[in-house]
Design a binder for this molecule. Structure first.
Ligand code: HEM
Length: 120
């Protein structure tokens, strides 16, 4: 099951690339907004993140030697930010471009989640 866990972690990185890449690629565009890569990346982060938490907590995978439990406050903050990102992405997909505010908020919250993931 550790192999499956690692495959899901790889999907987590692909989801990260999708949401942040979809944001960065529009940096110089005059029609900034939520593109499909940002929405699908956000959904990927939500699903893979919950699996990364759940598999070890159920006792079917060990993320790294000596792992005992996740920091649930850290996970809770990441989950809350990702839910907000996903809702904003759905809202953005239903609106006409440009949507600079939604685009900027999703990019900033996603990058904040990287800081939390690595530095917390
Ligand atoms: C935009 C959303 C997200 C981004 C950008 C993101 C980013 C990252 C990054 C960069 C890592 C690797 C950290 C490391 O190995 O040091 C990671 C790992 C992880 N993420 Fe996420 N994540 C997001 C959403 C979530 C969500 C919603 C959850 C759970 C509810 C989650 C749970 C985890 C877990 C359990 C790990 C592996 C353990 C760790 O090293 O912290 N992530 N994430």
């Amino acid at each position: 099951m550790d192999f499956v866990y690692n495959l899901i972690l790889i999907l987590h990185f692909i989801g990260l690339a999708s949401v942040v890449g979809g944001f960065l690629v529009q940096m110089r565009s005059s029609q900034k907004g939520v593109n499909p890569a940002m929405l699908h990346g956000a959904l990927t982060q939500l699903v893979t993140g919950l699996l990364l938490v759940g598999l070890p907590e159920m006792g079917v995978a060990v993320p790294f030697p000596g792992w005992e439990s996740w920091d649930h406050v850290k996970i809770g903050v990441k989950l809350a930010l990702t839910v907000v990102i996903t809702v904003l992405a759905f809202v953005g997909r239903r609106k006409p471009m440009p949507q600079v505010g939604l685009w900027a908020a999703i990019g900033a919250l996603s990058i904040a989640n990287i800081f939390i993931a690595v530095l917390w």
